[in-house]
Write a protein of this length. Sequence first.
Length: 313
Amino acid sequence: MKILITGGAGFIGGNLCRRLLAEPAITQVRVIDDLSGGTRDALDGLNVEFHHGSILDQDVLGAAGDGVDAIVHLAALGSVPRSVSNPVASHEANATGTLRVLETARANGNAHVVLASSSSVYGANPTMPKAEHLQLMPMSPYAVSKVATEQYAIAYAKCYDLPVLPFRFFNVFGPGQRPGHVYAAVVPVFLEAALTGKPLPINGDGLQSRDFTYVGTVVDTLTQAILERVTSGPTNLAFGTRTTLLELVSVMEEILGTTLSIERREPRPGDVRHSQASNDELRKHFPGVQPVDLRNGIDATVRWMQEYLEVQG
Ligand code: NAD
């Protein structure tokens, strides 16, 4: 089986490459990435065929996708605040980019496509937990671009019989998720601050909650989806946990054996207040999946972050 991972040099992509290469049924892993967010280091020591370029560049994407059996489409401009600053860039990479990837799958004998959508599509809908049938109420250009991502996939399934599986990721964290850039996610931002003796920045009151999902669990599920060629409508990839940012800080304090200080900042426009997945749909397709819990996941991430910060100097 030949697999193409778009955005394979990013956080989830790098972890997924490593995981897929351990599968005997997978004979080749290819990556297309423009390195706008990811780095070549994420693929250090991995036997992948790397195509440097954008999914919006037909020549590069066509070569990367030639003859593949499946595509895991992760390439995107992540982050709600980034999309609020530059909605057109987010639309082009995330919505138009997805269309290009689906066309590539269609041109390659209807390759299976597993895609990354996001919990942000639920947006302002207050119903909890977030079940897939709920009305989508996106609150940011990023969220709208992810609605487009998953709905284009569903349209391709209907119109062209393309085998697709759009996953709605919630807050994925773990080794390989880098801090130090303006759009970094909350776990690496907190851990970098904690390990360098700085206060942890919290937007708002810290009582906003998230369904944190460990990256190892995410890539195990993606791997199973590819190997078993699972198809479905949009499916949450999270396990129904609900952790406030203040609780996250407490878990970090326990693991690090220290008290951490907090710096309060203004709430961010476009951010949702609470997020918790229903995982009935996921369980239907992947009954055996065993999620790594928050404490063990943070523990592994702390160890990775310590090494990362040491190398960075
Ligand atoms: P990431 O930013 O680490 O990885 C995305 C990768 O895509 C980067 O390597 C970047 O260089 C690449 N990329 C961006 N635009 C591109 C383009 N036009 N052409 C080629 N490559 C391009 O993000 P991640 O955390 O690994 O997320 C992977 C996917 O999952 C994204 O689609 C993201 O929106 C989605 N997602 C992630 C989370 C999370 O918590 N990490 C939550 C919800 C959804």
